[in-house]
Design a protein around this ligand. Structure first.
Ligand code: 5GP
Ligand code: ZN
Length: 139
């Protein structure tokens, strides 16, 4: 637990959090400033800043809970779909430095957009550049 972390405080029950589910290593609660009705956050119980800071076991529990919860959230608010995303690092928009997966219900008539827009203008990459990136990631 990190002393000044708001999500650690919710996990510990020190502040109210509208917790909707949990498993061994993960907790899900409603976002306090939802982007849509039912917007839910799934977090590891332990204080971890970035995805890569979680153990494989913690990661499995977090994403298991996302997998289990997403259809229930969708049903609960009668949504048509959902966007599931992680702002992993401040430069990606992460404001709370405790890993959280956003489960955001989406509606056919909402005025949101697809995840394709989050990184700004798409780069024009040659086949060679794509090959180089694939090589770097896989080695
Ligand atoms: P981020 O930008 O870090 O990916 O998202 C942080 C999310 O946490 C935001 O959607 C914000 O509304 C939510 N949030 C911030 N403070 C609190 C809080 O005290 N309680 C809850 N339930 N959600 C919070
Ligand atoms: Zn924390």
């Amino acid at each position: 637990m990190s002393e000044d972390c708001i999500f650690c405080a919710i996990v510990a029950g020190d502040i109210p959090g509208r917790i909707v589910d949990e498993n061994d290593d993960a907790v899900a609660f409603l976002d306090a400033n939802p982007m849509s009705p039912g917007h839910t956050l799934v977090v590891p119980k332990a204080h971890r800043t970035r995805l890569a800071d979680m153990s494989r076991e913690e990661s499995r529990h977090v994403f298991d809970l996302v997998h289990e919860l997403a259809p229930r959230v969708e049903d609960a608010v009668d949504a048509d779909a959902h966007t599931i995303a992680v702002n992993d690092g401040p430069d990606a928009g992460q404001e709370v430095p405790h890993v959280h997966v956003h489960v955001i219900p989406r509606f056919a008539d909402d005025d949101g957009g697809p995840i394709h827009r989050v990184a700004g203008t798409p780069p024009e990459l040659s086949d060679e550049e794509l090959d180089d990136i694939a090589e770097s990631v896989s080695s």
